[in-house]
Design a protein around this ligand. Structure first.
Ligand SMILES: [Fe+2]
Length: 235
């Protein structure tokens, strides 16, 4: 048997130390494929008086944060998750357990929600192209908003209202339950590309509006970031 050039009392502890350092490094560094909570694109109080700072902080840090943490907790049991972008996951959601559907949907939905709002007076206006499409599909911007408000107010329990662009290029209003969204490949979903989505879970409005969901919906239009909606429509 070939003799190691180094004595056993030296090599064994050395290998052990190298392994310990690698384990420490591995444990300290987050896996590259983990999903991350995006920061709010404005201060928590920036959307007042329509949405109060406390609601924004709890909604983003705790609710959205929990969706991200719970989604990451699913990676070990569903390793395919680590190979998908958040958006690609939505289109393949039927192949995953309900915990991935709820938390993966929650992460995507809230990420688009923060981006689609801006402080009052800073959200711009619909582009000429988007306005033309809205008028062609709904008759007017006001008619689209009325239909959207009805979908948002009429969603029983928790969920979302959406303005979507359907695969045939037309625009439509739809609503989804819980944390589902129009990108999901599920039979009960009216599918399309979301241009605008409104969270009508009670956690989004209850501190300020209590049971007055229609008041929250009506006020929320003041926050719509049309520049972002225009960008989604153009893309
Ligand atoms: Fe929410």
């Amino acid at each position: 048997m070939a003799q190691s050039p180094l004595p056993r009392w030296f090599t064994k502890p050395l290998l052990g130390a190298v392994a310990a350092v690698l384990l420490l490094l591995g444990g300290a560094l987050p896996a590259a494929a983990e999903f991350a909570l995006p920061p709010l694109p404005y201060a928590a109080e920036a959307l007042e008086p329509v949405i109060d700072a406390t609601t924004m902080t709890i909604h983003h840090d705790r609710h959205h944060g929990a969706y991200v943490a719970n989604l990451n907790a699913q990676i070990a049991a569903n390793p395919k998750l680590a190979t998908l972008s958040l958006e690609a996951l939505q289109g393949q959601i039927a192949g995953f357990p309900v915990a991935v559907r709820n938390n993966g949907g929650g992460h995507w939905n809230h990420s688009q929600f923060w981006a689609a709002m801006a402080p009052v007076g800073q959200g711009g206006a619909p582009s000429a192209e988007l306005l033309a499409a809205i008028e062609a599909n709904f008759g007017s911007l006001e008619a689209m908003q009325k239909q959207f408000n009805q979908a948002a107010a009429g969603r029983f329990g928790s969920g979302w209202a959406w303005l979507i662009e359907k695969p045939n290029g037309s625009l439509a209003i739809t609503s989804t339950a819980n944390q589902d969204n129009p990108l999901m490949n599920l039979p009960e979903i009216e599918r399309g590309t979301p241009l605008l989505g409104l969270d009508v879970w009670e956690h989004a409005y209850y501190l300020k509006y209590q049971n007055r969901r229609p008041d929250y919906i009506a006020a929320w239009w003041e926050l719509v970031n049309w520049d972002e909606v225009n960008r989604r429509f153009a893309a």
